[in-house]
Design a protein around this ligand. Structure first.
Ligand SMILES: [Zn+2]
Length: 564
């Protein structure tokens, strides 16, 4: 995801509008109270089979959710199934074929399941006026549009669910909507059928509304926050069969853009790079995880939202500047990191956002070259230096309870820069093999940061506990005062490194570059220990002090360096 529409939801690096973020955070503190626990370890949802009937006008929907699950425990609290559902009214609940009693208070639907088998199916029939999660509005031409927008825990406003990233499930969407709306969702299209015309139920004069039933199916487990539909008068712009050889099972990946009719003329724009972005990531990290990839003009409050197989972009991006290749690369990277492998707890959100931030920069490196890549990483690093949250909290932040506040410079920019340093530390080959192994092992499941670390340790043969602990469980970054001392008699160059300050001391490799006697540039990598002062010797064999001395020439270290 990138932070917002109002500049806060582009779940990638866009300046955060503090005022809006604050207002928004407050809203979440008020509304999101129940959203933060909701982890039911005694059941595992396997599948949501969701049928929604959408209105011609207004925001009242009817829904039937058939939820298949497995019980992991019995007795006590495990004999009550608790599903998250806000705002809407539950009409009936059936356990298997049998209607059962239920209680629906405080945004939680409680259903007694004592005596039920280990595998069970619950049918919830519900409806009402949707307030969030499914964003409904009419545009200036009066056209009804509805778009799912669930991150982080807003799926519960319209889907009875275990609304937590640790419980991934497959989903089938069946949407019955007026036939002038195109319905797009996760997964593959199963059917699109125009239904026999019915009279207007309100008895109004005029032509009856023709409805169409559209079914999409995602056969791989995804978290509720990625389960979406789009229903609007969208038109399709095909991007063709892309990334051939890098789709599931070595197939191609059909990609397409869905826009409002007026915006179709701005296409393809940067979507012309969609093939090369997908191919690049597929080559590095393994097959694209889903059957197709749709790019959808939507009403997401974020700049972009990485819904599995159906990326939603802000309406404004399409109406003004178009979608940039950087935003595209960020959201596509999420299909692997965040979607296929999901953080098990929100405190590990950097496993999504750090990867998406860094992989978008890696795509810049591939497509625009080294200096563009360095410039991008320098921008990422400056954001880290200037973010109060970085100074106060670690990347893996186990005490933040406001989920919207997790969309910060720790999850995105610092997380991304940590991956950059890791790649520098273990080398390109071990970096790619580790990330690829992590993808293969946890694909369609969930993971913690330590599980990522274990894969990089296996690929590099290194103990990475100190590296992960230093950069992910401590606030801040290195602050370095560097002083060059040249001994003309011996030709020895020494670098005096002082560190400490606000964030304490760090251990890191430091690359220095100097010009030798012939003027040729040489590089040396120095191991700086985690101590307040250290002096490192560089045997240059240069009699005069080198005219050119550079510290960290590749923007490879998360350190604010002052040279004296
Ligand atoms: Zn993102």
């Amino acid at each position: 995801m990138r932070q917002t529409e109002a500049d806060l939801n582009l779940r990638v690096p866009v300046p955060v509008n503090r005022k809006l973020l604050t207002a928004h955070s407050l809203l979440f503190l008020i509304l999101g109270v129940t959203s933060l626990q909701a982890q039911q370890r005694h059941i595992n949802v396997l599948d949501y089979n969701l049928t929604l009937t959408l209105p011609d006008v207004g925001s009242t929907i009817d829904g039937v959710a058939v939820i298949t699950m497995k019980r992991l425990a019995k007795g006590g609290a495990a004999d009550t199934l608790a599903l998250d559902l806000l705002d809407l009214r539950v009409k009936s609940v059936a356990l298997g074929a049998r209607d059962v009693s239920f209680a629906h208070t405080g945004g939680v639907l409680r259903i007694p399941i004592a005596g039920a088998a280990d595998s069970l199916q619950v049918t919830v029939t519900y409806g009402g006026a949707v307030k969030d999660g499914l964003i409904i509005s009419s545009d200036s031409a009066g056209r009804w549009r509805g778009f799912g927008d669930n991150w982080p825990n807003r799926g519960r406003h319209w889907i009875p669910s275990v609304d937590h990233p640790s419980d991934k499930a497959t989903v089938i969407w069946t949407v019955i909507a007026p036939s002038d709306r195109k319905v797009v969702a996760n997964g593959a299209l199963v059917e699109e059928t125009v239904l026999p015309a019915k009279e207007d139920p309100d008895g109004h004069a005029g032509a009856p509304i023709v409805m169409r039933r559209t079914t999409w199916r995602e056969p791989n487990p995804i978290p509720v926050y990625l389960m979406v539909i789009a229903a609007a008068p969208l038109v399709e712009y095909p991007l063709g069969n892309t990334a051939c050889g890098f789709g599931p099972g070595g197939s191609c990946v059909p990609q397409m853009v869905y826009t409002m009719p007026e915006q179709r003329r701005i296409l393809p724009g940067d979507f012309r790079e969609a093939d090369s972005v997908l191919t690049f990531f597929g080559r590095l990290f393994g097959p694209f995880p889903y059957a197709k990839l749709a790019h959808v003009q939507s009403l997401t409050r974020f700049g972009g939202m990485e819904n599995a197989g159906a990326i939603f972009y802000s309406d404004r991006a399409f109406r003004t500047t178009g979608v940039s290749y950087g935003l595209l690369a960020h959201e596509v990277a999420h299909q692997w990191f965040g979607d296929a492998v999901t953080e098990h707890e929100w405190s590990h959100a950097w496993l999504s956002e750090g990867f998406a931030t860094y992989l978008a920069a890696m795509y810049t490196e591939k497509s625009r070259g080294d200096s563009a890549f360095r410039a991008q990483m320098s921008g990422v690093r400056n954001t880290v230096f200037n973010a109060p949250v970085v100074a106060n909290r670690p990347v893996i932040d186990t005490i933040e309870t406001n989920l919207m506040a997790m969309l910060n410079a720790n999850s995105y920019q610092k997380g991304g820069f940590v991956l950059h340093m890791l790649r520098e530390e273990i080398g390109d080959s071990a970096f790619v093999r580790g990330a690829r192994a992590y993808q293969a092992k946890y694909r369609h499941g969930t993971a913690f940061s330590d599980q990522l670390r274990a894969e990089f340790e296996a690929s590099s043969g290194r103990d990475l506990k100190p590296f992960f602990a230093q950069w992910l469980t401590r606030p801040g970054f290195a602050e370095v005062d560097a002083t060059w001392i040249h001994d003309a008699a011996t030709g020895t160059l020494s670098l005096k490194v002082a560190q400490g300050g606000k964030h304490g001391t760090f251990a890191f490799p430091l690359t220095v570059e100097y010009a030798d006697a012939t003027g040729a540039l040489k590089r040396v990598r120095l191991a700086v220990p985690s101590q307040a002062e250290s002096t490192l010797r560089v045997a240059t064999a240069v009699r005069a002090r080198p005219a050119q001395l550079r510290i960290d020439p590749d923007v490879a270290l998360l350190a604010r360096i002052t040279e004296r």
